[in-house]
Design a binder for this molecule. Structure first.
Ligand code: C2E
Ligand code: MG
Ligand code: MG
Ligand code: MG
Length: 286
C-alpha cells in the first residue's frame, strides 16, 4: 500500500515537473516574440533629491504588456531571460528605449534629468558592451552624463577585468555607474574601492524597517557613511513613508525613489510628472 502511494506521489510529481517545464518553454518563446513584437514597455520611477525635494531623474523598469492588456512585472520573466540569454536583446532594447525617451525630457530648473537603466551580468560580459552603449547614446543624442547604469553586486562579483574595463571606459565617457540592491551582496570595501563607481543604491529591504528596527537603521547609516567616504552618491530605494524619508534626510542620504513619491510610470505619465511635478490623472501606475 505504501509502495502504491509512493508511486502515485512520484507520478503526480513528475507530471507536475512536465507541466512546469512546458510552461517555461511557452514563456520563453512568448518572451522572445514579445521583444520582436514590441510588447515590452519602459516605465519610469522618479528619483528625488532629498534635501531640495527636486526631481533629478528616473529609473527605467521594464514591463511586459502581454497580448495588449495584461501587464507582467519583471520578477516574472527577468530570471528566465537571464537563464536563456534573452536578457541580452531585452537589455539592449531597454537601454535604447530609455535613452530615446530621456532625450526628450525637459530640464528641471536648468538641470537636465538623468535616466538609470538596469544592466545584467550577461550584458557586460559581451566584448561589445561599451561600444553598444556608446552607439545608443550617439543615436539618441542623450549626453553620456545623463545615463546611469545599475549593476548588482553579484553581477559584478567574479567579473573579469575585461568587464570592469568596459565599465571604466563608459565612465570615462561620462556615464555614471551605480551598484543596485547594495548591502545584499558580498562586496568587500577593498573591492568597492577598485570598481569604477559613482552611486550606491541602498536595497529596499533595509529601508523597509529603517524606522522601527535599530539594526536596519545602523546598516543604512553605515552605507551612507561608506558612500560619503568613497565619494559616491547614495540613493535609497523603496521609500514608502514620510517617516522613512525623515530618517534618510537626517542621515544625509542624497536621493530617494519609492511609492512615497510615485510608482514607476508609463513614459507619457512620467513626462507629465516631469513637466508639472504631478502624475497624470489617477490611473494606477505599475
Ligand atoms: P530594482 O532594479 O531593484 O528596482 C526596484 C524595484 O522596486 C522595482 O520593481 C520597483 O517598482 C520597486 N519599487 C520601487 N519603489 C518601491 C516602493 O516604494 N515599495 C515597493 N514595495 N517597491 C518599490 P520592479 O519594477 O518590479 O523590478 C524588479 C526588478 O527587476 C528590478 O529591481 C530589477 O532588478 C529587475 N529589472 C527591471 N527592469 C529591468 C531591466 O530592464 N533589465 C534588467 N536586467 N533588470 C530589470
Ligand atoms: Mg535597479
Ligand atoms: Mg534596486
Ligand atoms: Mg531591488
Amino acid at each position: 500500500r505504501a509502495k502504491r502511494e509512493g508511486r502515485g506521489r512520484y507520478h503526480y510529481f513528475s507530471q507536475d515537473l512536465t507541466h512546469a517545464a512546458r510552461a517555461r518553454l511557452e514563456l520563453e518563446s512568448a518572451l522572445r516574440s514579445a521583444i520582436e513584437n514590441g510588447e515590452l514597455r519602459a516605465y519610469f520611477q522618479p528619483q528625488i533629491d532629498i534635501r531640495s525635494g527636486h526631481l533629478v531623474g528616473a529609473e527605467a523598469l521594464v514591463r511586459w504588456h502581454k497580448n495588449g492588456d495584461r501587464v507582467i512585472a519583471p520578477d516574472a520573466f527577468i530570471p528566465l531571460a537571464e537563464e536563456t540569454g534573452l536578457i541580452v536583446p531585452l537589455g539592449e532594447w531597454m537601454l535604447r528605449e530609455a535613452c530615446h525617451q530621456a532625450s526628450s525630457w525637459p530640464a528641471r530648473r536648468g538641470n537636465p534629468l538623468g535616466v538609470a537603466v538596469n544592466v545584467a551580468a550577461a550584458q557586460i560580459r559581451r566584448a561589445d558592451f561599451a561600444d553598444m552603449v556608446l552607439g545608443i547614446l550617439a543615436g539618441s543624442g542623450l549626453p553620456p552624463e545623463r545615463l546611469e547604469l545599475e549593476l548588482t553586486e553579484s553581477s559584478l562579483q567574479g567579473e573579469e577585468d575585461a568587464g570592469l574595463a568596459q565599465l571604466a571606459r563608459l565612465r570615462d565617457a561620462g556615464v555614471r555607474i551605480a551598484i543596485d540592491d547594495f548591502g545584499t551582496g558580498y562586496s568587500s570595501l577593498a573591492y568597492l574601492k577598485r570598481l569604477p563607481l559613482d552611486v550606491l543604491k541602498i536595497d529596499r529591504s533595509f529601508v523597509e524597517h529603517v524606522v522601527n528596527r535599530r539594526d536596519d537603521r545602523e546598516i543604512v547609516t553605515a552605507i551612507v557613511q561608506i558612500g560619503r567616504t568613497l565619494g559616491f552618491k547614495v540613493i535609497a530605494e523603496g521609500v514608502e513613508t514620510q517617516a522613512q524619508l525623515d530618517i534618510l534626510d537626517g542621515l544625509a542620504c542624497d536621493l530617494y525613489q519609492g511609492y512615497l513619491c510615485s510608482k514607476p510610470l508609463p513614459a507619457e505619465d512620467f513626462m507629465a510628472f516631469a513637466k508639472h511635478g504631478t502624475a497624470l490623472g489617477n490611473r494606477s501606475p505599475q
